[in-house]
Design a protein around this ligand. Structure first.
Ligand code: DSN
Length: 478
């Protein structure tokens, strides 16, 4: 693909958009400029390819396609069928899964589809069986009441939020926490690692319908074979949310016991994190759950987004290429270089390092909250997000952690030397930031003091680092 074609495509698109609402074209240009200039360490973000991005801007956006391939509620879906089938085929081949459903609009949606599929498959509900045997519209009021009673109060065991679990794994601020009676497994207070014996004990006591594996802030590999054995021992369905590390599974970094696909009954993911596709989700499963998963739309999803499924097909095709294996390997090498660089400079990390794409900095060692650290880093041109650490003394809002990840900078071409230089910048900012005080003299968890000279100097150094690794170098918007 010539850079000239990419530049022409984007210049033309912006010209067309700008002729209708110039402020949107300006904002799109500004977004590219901002992304080019920021040292992006947000573990859940990446930079999709121009081909993936361009696949989303077209006529598929105008098409309704509720249902599944070859079985739609609307006429004229033959081209949507083509891209949905292609995306599903690439997902099956890439992950070695018997079945793939590529309609979810996000990770939350993918998890809802999976929850529905497991409930429908597992819960002994006469009302549900009647609902499936005939059209749901035929159910009586009494059936609906029974259905709600029979499906309600099922149990889910997932990783606790402060240990790195995700909101959608049964926590109160998310609908999953209202749908399920949830209990959490944490990590060992000394090592910060999952203690599989404790998980087994919790499973034996709680007897969950669903055991959830997966995380958004745990910096280590997870042994999915052991979790499956635990699930089997209590008759639970084993679900893995691999949203964060799907790129490492696709790139064959997580294999054997660490690849969730052969071990889980059902796997969910996003497509835009380490997998580097468009924003969206997907579900993988075996034939026994496929029929229920296919009910995702309209059961819990709005109409599919065919333009995003087209982009998923492109991105998944990219992830099947040999160079994606190299990319995934570099993500982890870079995360380890960042973690080592931070620790050499005295920074405390949860679990003492990483073997995936992220590291979790415990900023209490700098006398800061996560909120103070996040803002001080942002002032210095470094984009991160604050995150709770295990047994966090500052709670989920202020937190005591900063999560850093390498999928995006690895896409830009950063290597281990640049990640070590990044560690130096982070350490400089955090060690030169002091907690601030409120107007009444009490300690603030949000205010901080950072010499603007330090912030400016680090911003300049971050910008110099980025200059050697231009983002979308082939795209010149003029
Ligand atoms: N928002 C994603 C993350 O940052 O991990 C997960 O939903």
């Amino acid at each position: 693909m010539s850079g000239n074609a990419e530049s022409t495509a984007y210049r033309s698109a912006l010209e067309v958009i700008g002729a209708v609402e110039p402020r949107v074209a300006t904002a799109i240009r500004a977004e590219l400029a901002d992304q080019r200039e920021s040292l992006k360490l947000i573990a859940s973000e990446n930079y999709a390819s121009p081909a993936t991005l361009l696949a989303m801007g077209n006529w598929f956006s105008d098409k309704y396609a509720e249902g599944t391939v070859g079985r739609r509620f609307y006429a004229g879906c033959q081209n949507v069928d083509t891209v949905e089938a292609l995306a599903a085929e690439h997902a099956r081949e890439l992950f070695g899964a018997p079945y793939a459903y590529v309609q979810p609009h996000s990770g939350i949606d993918a998890n809802l589809v999976a929850f529905w599929a497991v409930l429908a498959d597992r819960v002994e509900s006469p009302a549900l069986r009647r609902a499936q045997a005939r059209h749901v519209n035929d159910l009586t009021e009494a059936d609906w009441f029974a259905l709600r009673r029979e499906l309600g109060n099922q149990r889910m065991l997932g990783m606790s939020l402060d240990a790195g679990g995700h909101l959608t794994h049964g926590f109160r601020p998310n609908i999953s926490g209202k749908m399920f009676d949830q209990r959490s497994y944490g990590t060992d207070p000394e090592t910060g690692l999952i203690d599989y014996d404790r998980v087994a004990e919790a499973a034996r006591e709680f007897k969950p319908l669903i055991l959830v594996g997966g995380y958004s802030a745990y910096p280590r590999k997870v042994n999915f074979r052991i979790l499956r054995e635990i699930a089997d021992s209590v008759g639970a369905t084993f679900m893995v949310d691999m949203a964060h590390f799907a790129g490492l599974v696709a790139g064959k970094i997580f294999t054997g016991d660490f690849d969730p696909v052969p071990h889980a009954h059902i796997v969910t993911s996003t497509t835009h994190k380490s997998l580097r596709g468009p924003r969206g989700g997907l579900v993988l499963c075996g034939p026994e759950l496929a029929e229920q998963v296919d009910r995702g739309c309209p059961m819990v999803l709005g109409g599919p987004l065919p333009q995003v499924m087209a982009a998923k097909a492109v991105a998944l095709a990219e992830a099947r290429r040999p160079d994606f294996v190299d990319y995934a390997g570099r993500i982890v090498a870079n995360a380890q270089a960042l973690a080592d660089g931070l620790q050499r400079r005295g920074t405390k990390l949860v679990t003492g390092g990483t073997d995936n794409h992220l590291a979790l900095i415990d900023v209490t060692g700098y006398g800061l909250t996560g909120r103070q650290a996040e803002q001080a880093l942002l002032d210095s041109g470094i984009v991160t997000n604050r995150n709770a650490i295990p047994q966090d003394p500052n709670g989920a809002w202020y937190t005591s952690g900063i999560r850093v990840g390498t999928p995006a900078l690895t896409t830009r071409g950063f290597g281990t030397a640049e990640l070590d230089a990044t560690a130096e910048l982070i350490h400089t900012v955090l060690s030169r930031t002091a907690p601030g005080t409120n107007a009444d003299g009490t300690a603030s968890k949000a205010k901080y003091v950072l010499d603007p000279g330090v912030a400016d100097r680090v911003s300049k150094q971050a910008s110099d680092l980025l200059t050697g690794f231009p983002l979308y170098p082939a795209i010149d918007l003029g």
